[in-house]
Design a protein around this ligand. Structure first.
Ligand code: ADP
Length: 381
């Protein structure tokens, strides 16, 4: 008896084997974490493996024979993808291009495609792309970059802190100790010559140290997330009047007039303590950087979305190059006032921090020799 399979039986077995192998391949492609894409030399996709649904939300038939680059690639990445495709067609291979592809839900998915030109391969006759979802990797990279930037900012803050404590806080205390010693010696000798002047210096230096310490502590608390943002309904006009009153003496000493060009009342929803600090710093700077007999004008403009508060002076102004350095901890820009008042460059940083907590902005317009106008916004109610 001949047990050998017939030709027909062999054909059938072969067919079965082929079917199983095709099915296996199909399942492999479907369950792969990557996507296989076949394109013609014009960049038109004619096969996309089923795994695309897991990655992009689209079914394979929704991704073929459409202008993918124009329709589904992020506008900023379209040129890069076109060039990479041309590179594969010309040079047979492309080592990996990263780009954003639209997800069916409207979002973007970060992909990395490695390509090989198999157009001359009679079994494939296409460009093959092996495409991988790298969104998680990209998000981790972005988080790393952000945390690096945050770290270097914190480092700059720390350096600034030490330098303020070492230099700026030391100098008013040096004056206080020095003049106190003089006072004690002279008073013991009942020599009253100059004591009033010494007392005034002690007074001024104590105030300077106190102001600096207040800013320093507020800045430290803001940086360590210890300042709570507690907005409430407040009356801005009352607050401006209260803060301006604190400067009556120092303004008078320099014969500077503080004009308040304000409506009758301005209700705002803001953190009172923070707005107080912002106004205090801006008015103090106005006085500090304005010559005797100068003017400071506090003004507000309200529109539908926001309230803009301006503190303008006709003082010494700020050079263009210096303006770019304001509000940045890395530069900690600070100059002495018209009466040689010293500073730390912390005040404006604090203002910016607090205004941003309100969702507002701060900026300055200034002309050297003419004066400066600092403006900040608060959300309107
Ligand atoms: P400080 O006044 O303690 O130096 P600030 O952060 O408040 O710190 O200000 C930083 C610097 O910005 C000042 O030293 C000064 O050079 C400049 N500046 C701020 N306000 C004014 C102003 N109204 N006019 C001119 N320069 C100003």
């Amino acid at each position: 008896m001949n047990n050998k399979p017939s030709y027909i039986e062999l054909e059938k077995q072969n067919e079965e084997l082929n079917k199983t192998s095709n099915k296996r391949l199909e399942q492999l492609l479907k369950n792969s974490f990557d996507m296989i894409v076949l394109l013609d030399s014009n960049g038109i996709q004619h096969y996309v493996s089923e795994s695309c649904e897991k990655i992009l939300g689209y079914r394979p038939d929704e991704l073929i024979r459409i202008p993918v680059i124009e329709q589904l690639i992020h506008p900023e990445d379209q040129e890069k993808v076109s060039l990479a495709f041309q590179d594969i067609v010309k040079n047979s291979i492309n080592g990996g291009t990263q780009y954003r592809h639209r997800h069916k839900n409207g979002g973007w998915v970060y992909l990395e495609a490695v390509g090989s030109n198999q157009i001359d391969n009679p079994l494939i006759q296409s460009v093959i792309l092996n495409v991988r979802d790298i969104t998680e990797r990209k998000n981790a990279e972005a988080a790393l970059i952000e945390s690096k930037a945050r770290l270097s900012e914190l480092n700059a803050t720390k350096d600034r802190f030490f330098s303020i404590i070492a230099h700026d806080l030391k100098s008013p205390f040096n004056s206080i100790f020095g003049f106190c010693e003089l006072l004690v010696e002279q008073l013991a000798r009942k020599d009253y010559q100059g004591v009033e002047k010494f007392a005034a210096i002690i007074n001024r230096s104590s105030k300077q140290a106190m102001d600096l310490l207040t800013n320093l502590l507020e800045w430290a608390r803001a940086q360590t997330g210890k300042i709570e943002f507690n907005p409430e309904y407040i009356e801005l006009v009352t607050l401006v009047n209260d803060v301006a009153e604190l400067f009556d003496d120092s303004a008078q000493q320099k014969s500077i007039t503080i004009l308040k060009d304000l409506p009758h009342n301005i209700p705002v929803f803001a953190d009172k303590y923070m707005v107080d600090t912002i106004l205090r710093n801006l008015i103090a700077n106005g006085i500090k950087f304005t010559h005797p007999r100068g003017k400071i004008r506090i003004h507000t403009e309200q529109n539908e979305n926001q309230l803009t508060v301006s503190v303008a002076d006709n003082g010494i102004g700020i050079e263009k190059e210096a303006i770019d350095k304001l509000f940045q901890i890395e530069y900690s820009y600070s100059t002495t006032g018209t009466a040689r008042e010293s500073g730390t460059g912390l005040g404006l940083l604090l203002c910016k921090e607090f205004i941003e907590m309100h969702g507002g902005k701060i900026w300055v317009e200034s002309k050297p020799g003419k004066g400066s106008t600092f403006r900040f916004t608060l959300p309107a109610i």
